[in-house]
Write a protein that binds this ligand. Structure first.
Ligand SMILES: Nc1ncnc2c1ncn2[C@@H]1O[C@H](COP(=O)(O)OP(=O)(O)OP(=O)(O)O)[C@@H](O)[C@H]1O
Length: 347
């Protein structure tokens, strides 16, 4: 088996180690390989952003970590080693979705926030009760004490007038406030890891900035790790410590945020960065888009999946074998056969 970058890991610094994770969706037309051997680490107290175009596998990765894959998705192989507060390691990938272990991890050890708050909220229950639910599930608390904690958390996440708002239904709140309710629900048990799947995409720019500030503040206060999924590189620049770049079901590059922005090695990461509009850029210049399209998951090209769109494509190399992941530095890994080669050899 080829070496993976997670082998020499100090698990003390690592809260989650995902290694060679494969997730399939068997559908009528064939088997969609949503994740094709995904490996990365999440470090304690740090924010890791997962970026990539639509369909790259970001949400499937997040859902696998909570064992909440949508049907007919299934983890085919690989591991998701989670280290709990006592240092015990659990491989989430092998746990039954409805089992005791996952029920204990979800909400208590790992909290999750989705893009659309209404996917997590019940329209027919009061928001205070909904925030309280995980608390009553995971701790032996009297309702009065639990209610106090909920009111405190509502204030902490910036919901005004918590006592009055406690009895509101979701439809009585703005989108920004609803997302704050979901964040309160995700954080009420003080999880060690927050998985946030595009939590601000549906919100206006000001609310988005407020929510990002909030997550950052709470993270520092609670020393929580955050896995933040986004396709917005501006958000990445603002909040990430580490970055995982995904393309068509694979991780193509992992590095710290400075390296990702200033010394990216993978042609896909470079293309993503070039596609971002800069404030200083000449407004008359067309916005660079990555040429070509993300391949259909049932018709992916042979060799490197990015090769038909790649500026560094080399016939006979990139279209034959899937490239190995190489450590260009101890914490900078790139899945590209052309890394370190003279790019003028390409077309
Ligand atoms: N319920 C499903 N049934 C079949 N295939 C699915 C299902 N959910 C996801 N997939 C497949 O898994 C792959 C990855 O999807 P995923 O939602 O993780 O992408 P993403 O990177 O999060 O994209 P987006 O930014 O659009 O949310 C896609 O190719 C998709 O076809």
């Amino acid at each position: 088996m080829p070496p993976t970058h997670t082998e020499a890991t100090d698990m003390d610094e690592t809260i989650v180690e995902v290694r060679d994770l494969r997730v399939d969706f068997p559908v009528m037309a064939g088997t969609i390989e949503a994740l094709r051997g995904v490996s990365f680490l999440l470090k304690r107290g740090k924010t890791t952003c997962i970026v990539g175009e639509s369909g790259s596998g970001k949400s499937v990765t997040a859902r696998s970590m909570m064992q909440i894959l949508q049907k007919p998705g299934r983890i085919a192989s690989g591991s998701i080693r989670y280290r709990d507060r006592d240092g015990k390691i659990t491989d989430i990938a092998t746990q039954p979705a409805g089992g005791r272990v996952m029920r204990a991890i979800r909400g208590r050890e790992i909290g999750m926030v989705f893009q659309e708050p209404m996917t997590s909220l019940s329209p027919v229950h009061r928001i205070g009760e909904q925030i309280m639910e995980p608390l009553l599930l995971h701790f032996r608390l009297q309702r009065a004490e639990a209610r106090e904690r909920v009111l405190e958390m509502m204030a902490r996440v910036g919901i005004p007038n918590p006592v009055q708002r406690f009895d509101n239904y979701p439809f009585q709140l703005s989108g920004g406030l609803r997302q704050r309710v979901v964040i309160a629900m995700a954080l009420i048990c003080e999880p060690r890891l927050l998985v946030a799947d595009e939590p601000t995409t549906a919100l206006d720019v000001t609310t988005q900035a407020n929510i990002l500030d909030l997550i950052r503040e709470l993270q520092e206060e609670m020393e929580m790790s955050v896995m933040f999924i986004t396709h917005d590189l501006g958000v990445v620049a603002e909040i990430a410590d580490d970055v995982v770049v995904m393309y068509a079901g694979s991780v193509v590059e992992t590095a710290d945020v400075d390296t990702t922005f200033h010394a990216p090695e993978h042609p896909y990461t470079r293309a993503l960065l070039q596609s971002v509009p800069r404030l200083s850029a000449d407004k008359d210049l067309p916005l660079a888009a990555i040429r070509g399209m993300v391949p259909h998951p049932l018709a992916r090209p042979r060799g490197c999946v990015f090769h038909p769109r790649c500026d560094r494509y080399l016939a006979g190399t990139c279209d034959t074998a899937e490239p190995a992941t190489i450590a260009v530095l101890p914490e900078h890994h790139v899945k590209c056969a052309r890394v370190g080669q003279d790019i003028t050899q390409g077309r």
